[in-house]
Design a protein around this ligand. Structure first.
Ligand SMILES: *Cc1c(COP(=O)(O)O)cnc(C)c1O
Length: 357
């Protein structure tokens, strides 16, 4: 059997969820969109089952996977519905629904529902993707209430630059939000992972942690609270071949790496078809039998190569951690000019093996 696999530590997931709650003092929707950032949405939701106040996903397709698996907790659709006819399923499965546009509001007014909806009314406070304009926010709130189709409204917005601790934009977005919601007596949800970790002054009745649940930092630099996260995924494999190369010999496609000294090369069963970033350059950290070393040469589809020159005890069958508790996914992402969000979401082909809880 090919040794490439991703180990998922569900106890670490629970730890990180509890940290989000502790830091925010709020209720927390665990964001499990995109198959829980590659970690397996059903298993992650089950592991958080008795803890979580609810879950958040990107679309009804993702919500129905959870409902079909028996998840009964609240599930929020972060972009609401894409077509009005989804409202029948939203009603049937009692899903919570973001409203970010006038047409969605009108569709709710016209819908035939068996019971009133929980709506999260989204303000565009400066991200400028989706959300109602500040000038139309109060009117939308009143229309929803007057529709008789809604039992509860949570006021929400989303930060564009909360991962930049020195950036004034987050405070500006907060001020825009506070002004737009003035006088509305409703619960509030503003904070994603970077805001939970780094913006304690931002009020929230509900937080929406995603990446931090999986134990990766959203910040580029070290951050005090992020240091308390526990990595959930360990992507690992084994050395399947060893080469001793004299100085001057190349390794792999395009001869991207040429040995500057006599070099012992370990070939690892892991490649970009598994989601390991092809753009990771020589020097990207990797651990072999618990010892840090570096990627060398170009990543290929099913294999990559690492430097074993200074690890004489390592060889055929040695365990390789591509990322996990020793090599942080955020460090691999940084080296590959990516972000941990993307390298997790890109994971494929490797089996997910669960432990804990
Ligand atoms: C994905 C998403 C989140 C989670 O963001 P993280 O940075 O992963 O914590 C929160 N809110 C909304 C609206 C999202 O789309």
């Amino acid at each position: 059997m090919r040794p490439a696999r991703a180990l998922i530590d569900l106890d670490a997931l629970r730890h990180n969820y509890q940290l989000a709650r502790e830091l925010s003092g709020a209720q927390a929707l665990a964001v499990v969109k995109a198959d829980a950032y590659g970690h397996g949405a059903v298993r992650c939701a089950e592991a958080l089952g008795d803890l979580a106040d609810g879950f958040a996903v990107a679309c009804i397709e993702e919500a129905l996977v959870l409902r079909d698996a028996g998840v009964r907790a609240p599930i929020l659709l972060l972009e609401g519905f894409f077509e009005a006819d989804e409202l029948a399923l939203i009603d049937q499965h009692q899903l919570w629904c973001v409203v970010h546009a006038q047409w969605q509001l009108e569709a709710i007014e016209q819908a035939r529902l068996s019971q009133p909806l929980t709506v999260w009314l989204k303000l565009d406070s400066g991200m400028h993707r989706v959300g109602l304009h500040p000038a139309e926010y109060q009117a939308a709130y009143r229309r929803l209430l007057a529709s008789g189709k809604v039992s509860k409204i949570v006021l929400m917005s989303h930060f564009a630059r909360a991962d930049e601790p020195a950036c004034p934009r987050t405070a500006e977005q907060l001020a825009t939000f506070q002004q737009a919601r003035e006088g509305l007596a409703a619960e509030v949800s503003l904070r994603n992972s970077p805001a939970v970790l780094g913006w304690p002054q931002v009020p929230s009745d509900w937080v929406r942690p995603g990446i931090m649940l999986y134990g990766a930092t959203p910040f580029e630099d070290a951050q005090e609270q992020a240091a308390r996260l526990q990595p959930v995924m360990t992507l690992e494999s084994k050395v399947i071949s060893v080469r001793e190369l004299p100085a001057g010999e190349p390794v792999g496609y395009g001869a991207r790496f040429v040995a500057e000294r006599p070099t012992r090369v370990g070939v690892v069963a892991m490649g970009y078809a598994d989601g390991y970033p092809r753009h990771a350059p020589s020097g990207t950290p990797v651990a072999v039998d618990g010892q840090l070393t570096r990627l060398i040469g170009r990543v290929s589809m099913d294999m990559l190569t690492v430097d074993l020159t200074d690890l004489p005890q390592a060889g055929l069958g040695s365990r390789v951690e591509l990322w996990g508790k020793q090599v942080l996914a955020s460090d691999v992402a940084l080296a590959a000019d990516s972000i941990p969000y993307q390298i997790f979401c890109n994971l494929r082909r490797v089996p997910l093996l669960y432990s804990g809880h």
